[in-house]
Design a protein around this ligand. Sequence first.
Ligand code: AMP
Length: 144
Amino acid sequence: MLVQQILKAKDGDGVITVKPDTLVSDAAQILAERRIGGVVVSSDGEKPNGILSERDIVRSLAMRGATCMDDKVSDLMTRNPVCCNRQDTSDAVLSRMTDGRFRHMPVVDDGKLVGIVTIGDVVKARLQELSMEKSALEGMIMGH
Ligand code: AMP
């Protein structure tokens, strides 16, 4: 399955971005309200400059305490996130996420942000694919 098929299957209103100078407390509010684990950080809404995950916030809270909530997102984000494009396969994305130990991947087309896939989206797509393959194989064995 390709990333573009995973994006099509996702409902919701696309990818949520915040600007680098957004306060961490405001970004945390967005994560909580939207029930998501990460946001893409972009100064122009097109090129991903970084990614801020709930893990970055938790790490900073543990190391420095609640004052990190007054920091800017650019202080905590991971710069130059690993991205994929619409034509990448779900397997390739899954192995990059597993190797890099992260669960979010911005999707870019011509350097512009067009979506985000999470490890949950990729696993869901892969399970659907396996279920369809199983049904097809059972059909062949049963002679349907
Ligand atoms: P996650 O598992 O995605 O919540 O993130 C775990 C850590 O990896 C955090 O420090 C994130 O900032 C970082 N991270 C998340 N997504 C990416 C990505 N696509 N490329 C590089 N780092 C990432």
